[in-house]
Design a protein around this ligand. Sequence first.
Ligand code: PBG
Length: 356
Amino acid sequence: MQMVESQRRDCQDPISALFFPTMNLHTTGRFPAYRPRRLRQSLALRRMVAETRLSVESLVWPLFVCAGSRVRKPIGAMPGVFQLSVDELVKEATQAHQLGVPAVLLFGIPKTKDARASGAYAQNGIVQQATRALKKELPTLMIITDVCLCEYMEHGHCGLVAKNDQTGRVLNDPSLDLLARTAVSHAEAGADIVAPSDMMDGRVRAIREGLDQKGLSDIPIMSYAAKYASAFYGPFREAAESAPHFGDRRSYQMDPPNANEAMREVALDIEEGADIVMVKPALSYLDILYRVKTEFGYPTAAYAVSAEYSMIKAAGANGWINEQAVQMEALLSMRRAGADILITYAAPDVARWLKG
Ligand code: PBG
């Protein structure tokens, strides 16, 4: 039987039907009664009907902290980004916080690395020191710490590698305890949220249990739930000095062709106790972001990774694009796709631009 026009118009995808039961083609007028251009005529009008907005409250600024004092080491592949010693980090974070940036995400570059990543969970490790200093100076700044072992491992992988194994096979279960210890030591130093980025299976549960056992059950976990093995991390590995010395990360980070698998990763992390789930990278994975938000409805973060930042910076510096406009548009696309939280190296710039 042929569908009549009104029935055909009622067809919509099941997800939208669930969340927006009245949103179907009946609610849209027809030309010439309906002219979409009417609501685009002035800035005030466009702003009033804007469906999504960028606001400073959703920004998280990633920072790289290193040993020493008065250190500001520029990252060649990330113009405007530095490795900072704790004293300089506090200065930078103070400025960003004054601009309204509510949170930072800390990565540590330790003085020495070893085969058990002991710097990651050392009580006086670099992230732990930075966390204490920031908490003291800026009690209202939220401190999120990246929980991973790669920056602290002599081989640069995100988990333990069997002795004398040069194939880069990363051992899953034995790494979990080290990750949990790292998260606990960050929280004990004052971290407000811990963010595991290692992609070992089961790490959210291990971290949740580790925190709970120490009476830290109020510390949320923001898991890098759908983290892809991406070439867009290139500049970061210079910044964090964390490139693997052999092999690559494809045996633990997600394979870029897969989307359904990302839903399983997110489901697993939520079941294990994740409070916020992240999709990373952002711009090339907006479909994943959209699905994660619509299918789970959890607080969702998008990580605009190093190359996403560097490409915009480079093209802007060459005069090929308008850096500010492109940066804002890229971040807006992440909000539109469903991100509540935007992790971006451009956070202070964006905060400034939003102030106008
Ligand atoms: C560490 C980690 C990485 C990033 C965040 N945490 C690098 C990697 O997985 O190789 C990437 C961030 C970026 O590119 O901005 N596991």
